[in-house]
Design a protein around this ligand. Structure first.
Ligand code: NAD
Length: 391
């Protein structure tokens, strides 16, 4: 089987799906690799490095789709909502496609993928089990985004992060609040800590309190009923509007005490909850910074403009999306390892294993034989359940 890597086409995307180092690992599992010329260049992986490891270099994108049995991408159609649709015409029935597809995002995009006949696997649907951990691209990219978010905030803030005692006086450390302490939030706390900030963090899941404290940050406890905050997969559950209203009221005071706020609060398949209102922004000191990692999902701050940086009430609001693309070398390294783990589990003796045989394959399988076959996705997008094949 040949695994093909086209160059990413989303504007500003510099990652690549496979790196040279995984080529021999895939070869061991019977998978050859072919890359589109220049696919890894912007992430710091020139064609020659792939060739040295035994990969083939193909002249263009069309050749990758035409010659490869499996196509792996970072942002496939769906996750690439700018120009990803241009790949639909290149996809072939029965071809395997693996990457980010934003499967709970748009029914139209998912159906378009299905109509090409590809067997598509969305990495966002990876189960959160110990066995799947090495394949969890969502977590890898969230770690990178959490780290990068802090660097952007530190660079934007008109203050320094650490306490500094100098002959010119003592400077108090910056105060940073992290709202939403999943993988990205934890990495943001760890990074801000290394830079010397004083950190507070809040999450709707009380289970994270210990993790926050073990990183040396203060856990903000709001007097809210959050017993039922987490679903079986470890994700936050959506709450009702009364809960969010109360949460905003209580969070207002905490936000005003901080110089910078990093928000990462998302609920799978739903628009991100608004946790920082315009009034809360007004209550912050001029020069404060909010970076909204949930910008792509509508944003946790009412004033966030996805993809833009704006100043409102003297506060800089950063709505940059796709932050992991800003650290393409290591983001690609991690993603390539995730995909390699996934592919070596998926393929046996040159054939795809059946979805029934493995929960990882079953959960990530999005489309097959012209249909959207993933039950969770069908339900979330309001599509009727598929009839179970009889006999
Ligand atoms: P996520 O990206 O889905 O959400 C980010 C954070 O926002 C979560 O911690 C969530 O609780 C929080 N949030 C949602 N709504 C909120 C609200 N209204 N107010 C405040 N916070 C809110 O989360 P994630 O990074 O995917 O991680 C979720 C959990 O799953 C973590 O505990 C993580 O360690 C765990 N996890 C487990 C595995 C595994 O077992 N294989 C893999 C990855 C993550």
């Amino acid at each position: 089987m040949i695994v093909g890597v086209p160059k990413e086409i989303y504007p500003g995307e510099r990652r690549v799906a496979l790196t040279p180092v995984v080529v021999p690992m895939l070869a061991k599992a019977g998978l050859e690799v072919a890359i589109e010329a220049g696919a890894g260049t912007e992430a710091g992986y020139p064609d020659a490095q792939y060739q040295e490891k035994g990969a083939k270099v193909l002249p263009d994108r069309a050749a990758v789709f035409a010659q490869c049995d499996v196509v792996v991408q970072v942002l496939c159609h769906g996750a690439n909502d700018k120009n990803g649709a241009s790949d639909l015409a290149l996809m072939r029935r029965g071809q395997l496609l693996v990457g980010f597809m934003r499967p709970l995002g748009s029914a139209e995009a998912v159906q378009q993928l299905a109509q090409t006949g590809v067997t598509a696997f969305a990495v966002e649907l990876m189960p959160r089990t110990t066995r799947a951990q090495s394949m969890d691209a969502l977590s890898s990219m969230a770690s990178i985004a959490g780290y990068k978010a802090v660097l952007i905030v530190a660079d934007t803030l008109p203050r320094i992060f650490p306490m500094m005692t100098t002959a010119a006086g003592t400077i108090a450390p910056s105060r940073v609040l992290v709202i939403g302490v999943g993988v990205a939030g934890l990495q943001a706390i760890a990074t801000a800590k290394r830079l010397g900030a004083v950190i507070s963090a809040y999450d709707v899941r009380p289970a994270v309190k210990e993790q926050v404290q073990s990183l040396g940050a203060r856990f903000v406890e709001l007097p809210l009923e959050t017993q039922d905050a987490q679903d079986a997969r470890g994700y936050a559950k959506a709450q009702d509007e009364a809960f969010y209203a109360k949460q905003r009221e209580l969070l207002g005071r905490v936000v005003a005490e901080n110089d910078a706020v990093i928000t990462t609060a998302v609920v799978p398949g739903k628009k991100a909850p608004v946790l920082v209102t315009a009034d809360m922004v007004k209550g912050m000191a001029p020069g404060s910074v909010i970076l909204d990692l949930a910008a792509e999902r509508g944003g946790n701050c009412e004033l966030t403009q996805p993809g833009e940086t704006v100043v409102q009430h003297g506060v800089t609001l950063i709505g940059r999306i796709n932050l992991a693309a800003g650290v393409p070398h290591h983001a690609s390294q991690m993603y390539a390892r995730n995909l390699t783990s996934f592919l070596t589990n998926l393929v046996k003796d040159g054939k795809m294993r059946s979805a029934e045989s493995d929960d990882i394959i079953r959960d990530t399988l999005l489309t097959q034989g012209g249909e959207v076959v993933n039950a969770r996705v069908r339900e979330s997008l309001g599509m009727p359940a598929l009839a179970v094949a009889s006999g």
